[in-house]
Design a protein around this ligand. Structure first.
Ligand code: ADP
Ligand code: 5SP
Length: 581
């Protein structure tokens, strides 16, 4: 690239529920250092449990002062590190837990530019700068009433999803602010500005109040994605005076189409920790949105996170909202969205079957069944939901069936079963059906040109979630699939998922506990270079070229067409089976 990059560092933060993490990368995208402040351990005087206060009524919140202390502590530790010259940091960005909100008092934003480096952030900002000492956390589930009102005001869950990318959720910021306006009216009145956790941290670092970032603002149930503006009908759920609320929200969110700094680093950090006064602060976003920036994900690529839950993140140009998943504006690729599908029943459901095959909780018998080519499950389909499921939205349930296609009508007939021949069938079927559920849910989000022209699926209709689809919808295949999370180290599970999803341009596995903070580093670096005219490459091309493919991901085998086509036959059966739930 250019000489300007020589000796440059970029910082990526992640202010999550349990910790504040800061990663340092160099100009070659190599990780140079990582610093973590664990809230329960390093700031134990706040007496949080896993970073939060849990209340009996379902309220979950985090102390804002703890975050201020964590920011000073992370810089203090990094400044003592011999190998990191903080004056070489050119830019910072990062991510934070989504949906959480911080409430500034009238005097709060004005205090930010005047911070004295001889005192701490907490001494100078807390409690005066805030109208509320605690911030609602995404685990809060105390806003059932508010969610109902949000959906009713819009005509229902599907309509709210159409406008904002998601139906109403307890954790989303709109219902949370509504609850505070209703139940703590004096606090709401005393609030001059509301930040998301992401814009709060960006404001602290920039030393001035910073508006919300547009991609993260999609997690509020307040932002009209089509109009790219707050929706007055939805704002009225919180405050009849929508202009007042717009002002509290800090005006229009920061547009993600082109990178621009929200400011340069506050003199507070420059003087106190020896950072560069020209260091740029670029917008911060939500953790999932930053995760897609940690990989060279391009349109129609999919990230499959096989953690406790299964979460699919996907880059799409198709705005096809559903009450069962989320769409957010993409933080770095213009005219694109991030689709996020969360399943409750991932690893724990698989573990139950594993344990029926092995008293010692060994994955080997489970894996042998998943990989078996002789165990015949061709006409079997099943759903395993020990927990109520989000997609499809059903209570805890198990269903097993065999199926047959009637030769004349193309219809699929199910025969429900209490059990299959043995548990090995369940092992194979659970992995296949979890993956098939992902395949049918991501298809409507893939571009039309992802359809495989060599495949004819017929004209039958199927039903998933709130929509009827022609079977031809499922000719689409993602471009590349990236696997992360605990179960991604299991070859049998990953290979089966890869076969069912059918990515055309490769399957990859990566092991990193740092995704969102790393996404912040990459966004900081690309934004700095793009804004300074040092690269013209869009974010996805830039990362695709610069990415450390040799060291940071493992390339898995390509999906064979035949293996993918095998599962075409089970789509109608899954649709019929879900109708029985
Ligand atoms: N070798 C393995 N095979 C299958 N699953 C595994 C394996 N190792 C870990 N897992 C699964 O990974 C899950 C945890 O995933 P992880 O990403 O670490 O958690 P979290 O989502 O809580 O961050 C466990 O519940 C376990 O079922
Ligand atoms: O609510 C969501 C996404 O909608 C969660 O993914 C939180 O954003 C998780 O935050 P962490 O504590 O994991 O950072």
């Amino acid at each position: 690239m250019t000489a300007d990059k020589v000796g440059a560092f970029y910082l990526g933060f992640d202010l999550s529920t349990q910790q504040l993490k800061c990663l340092v990368i160099d100009q070659n995208l190599a990780l140079v250092h990582s610093e973590t402040i664990g809230f329960d351990k390093d700031l134990s005087h706040y007496k949080t449990t896993k970073g939060v206060y849990l209340h009996e009524d379902g309220t979950v919140e985090c102390p804002v002062a703890m975050w201020l202390e964590a920011v000073d502590l992370v810089f203090e530790r990094m400044s003592k590190h011999k190998h990191i010259d903080l004056s070489l940091v050119r830019a910072m960005s990062g991510s934070c837990q989504q949906h959480g909100s911080v409430y500034w008092a009238e005097s709060g934003p004005g205090l930010l530019p005047k911070l004295d480096s001889k005192q701490s952030l907490k001494q100078q900002l807390y409690p005066e700068a805030f109208s509320r000492n605690v911030a609602p956390n995404w685990q809060d589930h105390s806003t059932g009433e508010e969610c109902r009102e949000f959906e009713e005001s819009c005509g229902g869950a599907a309509q709210l999803a159409q406008v904002t990318g998601s139906r109403a959720h307890h954790r989303f910021t709109g219902p949370q602010i509504m609850k505070i306006a209703k139940k703590e009216p004096e606090v709401y009145r005393a609030t001059s500005k509301v930040s998301l956790v992401s814009s709060f941290l960006a404001s602290i670092l920039a030393g001035e109040f910073t508006p919300l970032e547009e991609a993260d603002a999609c997690g509020m149930n307040l932002y009209n994605i089509d109009k790219r503006d707050y929706d007055d009908k939805l704002l009225r759920n919180v405050d009849d005076d929508t202009e007042t609320l717009r002002s509290k929200l800090g005006g229009p969110p920061i547009n993600c189409d082109k990178p621009a700094p929200v400011g340069t680093l506050s003199p507070y950090f420059v003087e106190k920790y020896g950072l560069n006064p020209e260091c740029q602060i670029f917008p911060f976003t939500g953790d999932n949105l930053a995760t897609i920036c940690s990989l060279p994900l391009q349109p129609n690529d999919v990230l499959v996170s096989l953690g406790t839950s299964t979460t699919i993140l996907l880059v799409t140009d198709q705005y096809h909202p559903s009450p069962n998943y989320h769409l957010f504006i993409h933080p770095t690729i213009p005219r694109h969205y991030m689709g996020m599908i969360c399943y409750c029943n991932g690893a724990l459901a698989r573990e139950r079957i594993r344990d029926q095959l092995s008293e010692t909780h060994d994955w080997e018998p489970f894996n042998a069944a998943v990989k078996s080519t002789t165990l015949n499950t061709d006409n079997e389909i099943a759903c395993y939901f020990p927990l109520g499921e989000i997609v499809p939205n059903v209570p805890s349930s198990y269903r097993r069936a065999t199926f047959a296609k009637s030769p004349d009508s193309q219809e699929v007939k199910l025969e429900l079963k209490d059990a299959f021949a043995d548990i090995a069938h369940d092992a194979k079927n659970i992995v296949e059906s979890q993956a098939l559920s992902c395949r049918v849910r991501i298809s409507p989000l893939l571009s039309k040109d992802c359809a495989d022209p060599s495949v004819d699926l017929g004209d039958s209709m199927v039903h998933f979630d709130c929509d009827d689809f022609p079977l031809s919808e499922y000719k689409k295949r993602p471009r590349r699939a990236f696997f992360v999370g605990g179960a991604s180290k299991n070859d049998a599970i990953v290979e089966r998922f890869a076969q069912v999803l059918g990515a055309t341009d490769g399957n990859f596995r990566l092991e990193t506990p740092n995704s969102c903070a790393l996404g912040g580093c990459y966004r900081a670096m690309w934004s700095h270079l793009y804004y300074g005219g040092l690269t013209k490459a869009p974010f996805d091309n830039f990362l695709n070229e610069q990415f450390r493919w040799d060291t940071d991901v493992q390339s898995l085998s390509l999906t064979k067409d035949k293996e993918w086509q095998y599962f075409n036959n089970k789509i109608q059966a899954l649709s019929e089976l879900e109708k029985t739930l």
